[in-house]
Design a protein around this ligand. Structure first.
Ligand code: SD4
Length: 334
C-alpha cells in the first residue's frame, strides 16, 4: 500500500514536471494548481493593443470602434459603436434596418454583447427597433436578465426610449416579394447572402469585449432565432483568455456552441487561428454531402493575437490594429 502511494506521488510529480516543461515553468511559478490548469501563459509585453476585428467587410464599423479605442475608450463602447454602423445601413441586408425579412415579411433582429467582467446582454426576435445591440447592452446593464425575446424585448426597448420604426426597406421588400415566387429556402450563408457583424476588441487597458448583431437567415421561418444572440454560440468573451464571434448558418454554430469552443481551445493553448480551425472542422466533419453551407469564425486572444477561418472560400474579416487597417480573406477548408 505504502509502495503504491509512493508510485502515485512520483507519477504526479512527473506529470507536473512535464506540464511545467511544456508550458514554460518559470512564468508559472506562484500560480495555484487551479490557475495552472486554466490560464494560458500570456505575455503582457507582446500585447497588440488596441485592436478590433470584425467579420466580413465591416470597415466602417471598425472605423467607429477604432475612434473609441484610440481615444482611450473601453472595448465595450467600441464594439457597440462598431455594431451600430451596419445596423443603420440600409445596404447591409443581413443586419438591422434593411435586413432581409422572414417568410412572412417581418424583419426580426438578434444581437448580443459581452464585457470583460463576463456580463452579457442579448435580444432575440426583436422587431421594429433599429439598434438591437444597444437594447442588448441595456438588458445587460439595466435588468437582472441576460436574454429578452420578442414582445418582451420590444416592450423593454420602448420603455428605455428606443423608437419603433419600420425596418423593411423598399429594396429588401422587393427581394422578399421575388423570393415568394419560388419560396426556395437556401441557408448557405456565404458572402453574397451574408454580412452579419461579429466584432471583438481589446482596449488600451487590455480588456476584451464583443458584440454580434444580425437580421438572421433571409426568409427564415417566423420565430426562428439563430446563433448570434446566444452567448457562447454567436459570440463569447473571457477576459482571461480571449474572445470569438461567428457568422454563417447559425444552426451549425448553435449545435457546437462555436464561439465558446474557440475560446476554450485558446484556453487549452491553441492560437486564435488554430482554435478557429478546430471549431470550423468540428462542423465540417459532420456535414452531409448535400450541405453547401458557410460558417466562419474570428478570434482574438488576450495577447492581441488574432485568427479567422471558415468552411468555404469567400469569408473575409476586417482588422484594425496599430499600423494596420485592412480587410483580409480568411483561410478556408474547401
Ligand atoms: C444566423 N449566423 O442567424 C446568423 C447569420 C449570419 O451572416 O451570420 N449571417 O444564423
Amino acid at each position: 500500500m505504502l509502495l503504491l502511494t509512493k508510485v502515485v506521488k512520483l507519477n504526479l510529480l512527473d506529470s507536473r514536471r512535464k506540464f511545467l516543461k511544456l508550458f514554460g515553468g518559470t512564468a508559472l511559478v506562484g500560480l495555484s494548481p487551479v490557475q495552472l490548469a486554466c490560464t494560458p501563459n500570456y505575455n503582457k509585453d507582446a500585447l497588440n493593443k488596441p485592436l478590433v476585428i470584425a467579420t466580413w467587410n465591416n470597415y466602417k464599423a471598425n472605423e467607429a470602434a477604432w475612434e473609441v479605442l484610440q481615444n482611450g475608450g473601453s472595448a465595450l463602447d467600441a464594439v457597440e459603436a462598431g455594431a451600430r454602423i451596419p445596423e443603420a445601413d440600409p445596404n447591409d441586408q443581413s443586419v438591422g434596418y434593411g435586413g432581409l425579412p422572414d417568410r412572412e415579411g417581418n424583419v426580426s433582429l438578434d444581437a448580443c454583447i459581452m464585457d470583460h467582467l463576463g456580463n452579457a446582454g442579448s435580444v432575440c426576435y426583436l422587431k421594429n427597433i433599429k439598434h438591437p445591440i444597444s437594447v442588448a447592452r441595456k438588458v445587460m446593464e439595466e435588468t437582472p436578465h441576460v436574454i429578452l425575446a420578442g414582445d418582451g424585448a420590444l416592450a423593454f426597448a420602448l420603455e428605455q426610449g428606443f423608437e419603433k420604426e419600420n425596418l423593411l426597406s423598399d429594396q429588401a421588400k422587393e427581394k422578399w416579394l421575388d423570393w415568394l415566387k419560388e419560396k426556395n429556402y437556401r441557408p448557405e450563408g456565404n458572402r453574397d447572402q451574408h454580412d452579419t457583424i461579429g466584432i471583438l476588441a481589446i482596449d488600451q487597458k487590455g480588456n476584451l469585449a464583443g458584440a454580434c448583431t444580425t437580421s438572421g437567415m433571409a426568409y427564415k421561418m417566423q420565430g426562428r432565432v439563430g446563433d448570434s444572440p446566444i452567448i457562447g454560440a454567436g459570440m463569447f468573451v473571457d477576459n482571461e483568455v480571449g474572445a470569438a464571434a461567428a457568422t454563417g448558418v447559425g444552426e451549425k454554430v448553435l449545435t457546437t456552441l462555436g464561439s465558446f469552443l474557440v475560446v476554450e481551445l485558446m484556453r487549452q493553448g491553441k492560437s486564435p487561428q488554430e482554435a478557429c480551425e478546430e471549431a470550423v472542422s468540428r462542423i465540417h466533419r459532420k456535414l452531409k454531402s448535400e450541405e453547401n453551407i458557410q460558417v466562419g469564425y474570428v478570434a482574438l486572444d488576450k495577447n492581441g493575437r488574432f485568427g479567422a477561418h471558415s468552411i468555404q472560400k469567400g469569408f473575409e474579416y476586417t482588422l484594425f490594429k496599430p499600423e494596420t487597417k485592412t480587410k483580409f480573406a480568411a483561410s478556408f477548408i474547401q
